[in-house]
Design a protein around this ligand. Sequence first.
Ligand code: BG6
Ligand code: MG
Length: 210
Amino acid sequence: EIKGIIFDLDGVICSTDEYHYQAWKKMADHDGIYFDRKINERLRGVSRAASLEIILEKADKQYSDEEKLALMTKKNDLYKELLSAMTEADVSKEVLDTLKELRAKGLKLAIGSSSQNTKLILSRIGLLDFFDGISDGTIISQSKPNPEVFIKAAGILQLKNENCFVVEDAEAGIDAAVAGGFHSIGIGSASSYEKAEHKINSFREIINLV
Ligand code: BG6
Ligand code: MG
């Protein structure tokens, strides 16, 4: 029985996955590192530091820890510049209506995101006070595919993992859900991932699964 739903943020609730790509692309171009949308797919759900390591596989020099920190800071500054233009209009009516409908059905709703910018994004899109729990990159020590962020979300909701859905656009996120014993729903980039228990093409289809 499903009593709660844990939503990934970037690429599920809002399209910040595109802003992540644009910010990494600008950083990579500036440093002459090859980066494209195919490589970007591997960054979904993955922490900032792990994302940089994947990007640097294409670099032709070694970067020191100090230089890596500077690159991450540069990327996050570029990313936050993009976030500053976000408003409530950056959540689709479909997402908002579906969230409200799920809430009205008595389900507990949480965010489970690797991002350290989670609360900033939620406040920009007017959803900071909407969810029953927020588990994010500021309270975890291991990023997806480790299930820590979802386990903490279920803990905040006071629900068993097996009573929760995890909604994810990242393969790493589906892997994390499976590893934690959650039921999983793949959407967007994860909508054809074989490990996703349910696969949907649009957000409102979640209603049919609860
Ligand atoms: C995830 C994104 O939600 O958050 C990743 O899918 C991103 O692409 C990760 O790297 C960390 O985000 P942030 O905002 O802490 O750099
Ligand atoms: Mg995502």
